[in-house]
Design a protein around this ligand. Structure first.
Ligand code: BDR
Ligand code: CA
Length: 326
């Protein structure tokens, strides 16, 4: 059902569901003061068409079958498509995606949808980008005024003071389309990055996950049912049972900025060589006039500390609280 009262935040989500993307959508769908206006499906964890089919499924589970899903661009801007089924399962939802939604995707592309909505509602919409930034870069090419038309952009992406998760230096969403990330970071959006440095604190251990598995809501049931491949991967990597909830943490920070503290930097994405896809910031404490970010790009806000315990508590509550009690 569309929200009855006027929402505090109206959000367009660009996403590649993907297990943690699905959880992020379910979290946001349970916020009574947040309106999900539309979803754009991106390549990343899975190909774009699979991401779109999964977005429709998740919205249906959340009771948001009025929210349109537009299919995004099938490939990164320059490199070839690289997906992560080994993390998210062959169907992107742990092999348990279930039957297809009876709904269809929209006739427009994800970039066209974003531009249309931003023009229709100038200054109103927040964009939550949980995937490679291909669709956002293409929207920018169509509408260079997009940074003025959107209220705010929150990006899950980048790795600054921790290793990457696709290469030793690059986080998945920047590694899967470095050129797009560069275009977006240079464009002048009011932009907050929630990098791997923060999302790695959003650890769901087996006890926390059991509390979701024991809940009876449709959201909790679905969220638990898609976890197997994802949890196996993270449990193996950390040597203890659980998983990292990257995108839900970014969604929780978007919903309540006070969950994090921020630092402002110019950020660039490495486009060449071994470190391609790495996100770089200039953190020198004294002024050396050369050898930094090579242009006068606007600074972006990077989440620097996070209250992960409160965020995890909110994610838990969102999934286990029946709709009638919200
Ligand atoms: C990001 O990459 C994807 O695998 C996740 O969905 C998340 O958006 C984490 O690096
Ligand atoms: Ca994602």
């Amino acid at each position: 059902m569309p929200p009855a009262t006027s929402p505090r935040l109206s959000v367009v989500i660009d996403t590649d569901p993907g297990v943690d993307d699905a959880w992020a959508i379910l979290f946001l769908a349970a916020q009574p003061d947040i309106e999900i206006v539309a979803v754009g499906a991106a390549h990343g964890n899975v190909p774009t068409a699979v991401a779109a089919a999964n977005a429709l499924r998740v919205l249906d589970v959340a009771g948001l079958d009025h929210v349109p899903v537009a299919v995004g661009h099938p490939t990164p801007l320059q490199q070839s498509l690289q997906t992560s089924e080994f993390v998210h399962g062959d169907d992107g939802l742990g092999g348990n995606a279930g039957p297809a939604s009876p709904r269809r995707t929209s006739p427009e592309t994800a970039a066209e949808q974003l531009v249309r909505l931003a023009r229709q509602r100038p200054g109103e919409l927040t964009l939550l980008a949980l995937a490679p930034l291909t669709n956002i870069a293409l929207a920018l090419r169509m509408e260079p005024g997009l940074p003025r038309l959107l209220r705010r952009v929150v990006v899950m992406g980048g790795a600054f003071r921790v290793p990457g998760n696709v290469t030793a230096w690059a986080e998945a969403n920047s590694a899967h389309d470095p050129e797009a990330a560069e275009e977006v970071l240079r464009a002048g959006f009011d932009l907050t990055m929630v990098p791997l440095d923060m999302t790695e604190h959003a650890w769901a251990d087996d006890i926390w996950l059991k509390r979701i598995a024991d809940a009876a809501t449709p959201a909790a049931r679905f969220a638990s049912s898609v976890l197997d491949t994802y949890v196996a991967l993270y449990s193996n990597a950390r040597g203890t049972a659980g998983c990292v909830l990257h995108d839900p943490l970014a969604a929780a920070i978007m919903a309540d900025e006070s969950l994090a503290t921020y630092e402002e930097y110019q950020v660039m994405v490495e486009l060449a060589g071994h470190t391609r896809g790495a996100t770089l910031l200039d953190d020198r404490k004294f002024d050396i006039p050369q050898g930094g970010i090579p242009d006068q790009r606007p600074p972006v806000r990077i989440a620097a500390t996070v209250d992960a315990a409160t965020a995890m508590d909110r994610i838990h509550r969102a999934l286990v609280t029946p709709e009638a009690d919200r």
